[in-house]
Design a protein around this ligand. Structure first.
Ligand code: NDP
Ligand code: 8X3
Length: 258
């Protein structure tokens, strides 16, 4: 019987949002298992730093583009050199929350940013990559949703809507790609300690309190789960997984010791 490392050897993974948090940890986890990597993000310096570090473990190609810019997505994917063109594993991770406001005072620029990255960005990247999976009749798409895609919490309105959309798109993908043997997985974390809250609260000190008083999930915890999902035998697909820190019961119930 093949071990998990053998199952992914020689495979190429395309990870969006690889400059930080869950995406960066997933890039490290995959590199340690010898998976060839295409790493994406908008911060060039970070991409280069991560590439330099991971090239000691595997082959790495970096792509700098905004997932919400359709032309940029298509140009980036079209620019992939031979050896990185056949994507076996797509991790649609890029995204963020912008703001935490009641619906009547929400900032429409924040709404645009969330829908552009979390929903349209995921679709544009998927559209650029899935046709080759269909042609080869193989592939695995891992969409990073959220517990916010399963329940709505106060002031979460548009972020929660974007993640509910990710879940619906994931289910649609699983149905439409079923004839081609392509696996589609949805990983839905609760609170993960990343740059997420810095982005959501635009660097304000409100971000510091989000992960205080309990042990939040670490990006490496989620990366291990993604690796587990992509290393199941051919006939096994982890369809939909919800993961919380032990201290969290749902979006609004978190046992904190302050
Ligand atoms: P981080 O802020 O640490 O990372 C976000 C990543 O997404 C960065 O690499 C960023 O790269 C990239 N990104 C954001 N917007 C764009 C864009 N428009 N175009 C290209 N890349 C973009 O947050 P997380 O690691 O926590 O978030 C990763 C995913 O996990 C997101 O989809 C988030 O919604 C989800 N999630 C997070 C949870 C949490 O509590 N942290 C819980 C559940 C889900 P760059 O800025 O270089 O472009
Ligand atoms: C991120 C987790 O609870 O901030 O998706 O929405 S939460």
């Amino acid at each position: 019987m093949m071990d998990t490392k053998e199952r992914v050897a020689q495979k190429t993974a395309f990870i969006t949002g690889a400059t930080s948090g869950i995406g960066r940890a997933t890039a490290h986890e995959f590199a340690m298992q010898g998976i060839k990597l295409v790493l994406c993000g908008r911060r060039q310096e970070r991409l280069e730093t991560i590439q330099n570090a991971l090239e000691k473990l595997t082959e790495v190609h970096i792509l700098n583009f905004d997932v919400g810019d359709k032309e940029a997505v298509n140009a980036a994917v079209a620019s992939l050199p031979v050896g990185f063109r056949d994507i076996d594993i797509l991790v649609n991770n890029a995204g963020n929350a912008h703001g935490l406001d009641p619906i009547h005072t929400g900032n429409t620029d924040d709404w645009d940013a969330m829908m552009d990255s979390n929903v349209k960005g995921l679709l544009y990247v998927s559209k650029a990559i899935i046709p080759q999976m269909v042609q080869r009749r193989s592939g695995h798409i891992v969409n990073i949703g959220s517990s916010a895609g399963k329940e709505v919490y106060p002031k979460g309105n548009v972020y929660c809507a974007s993640k509910h959309a990710v879940l619906a798109i994931t289910e649609g993908m699983r149905i439409d790609l079923n004839p081609y043997g392509i696996k589609v997985t949805s990983i839905n974390p609760g609170l993960v300690e990343t740059e997420f809250s810095q982005v959501r609260f635009k660097g304000s000190e409100q971000a510091d309190s989000v992960y205080k008083g309990y042990k939040a999930l670490q990006p490496e915890d989620v990366a291990e789960i993604i690796y587990f999902a992509i290393t199941r035998p051919m006939h096994v697909n982890v369809a939909d997984l919800l993961v919380f820190p032990t201290a969290q019961a749902n979006s609004v119930t978190v046992k904190k010791e302050l």
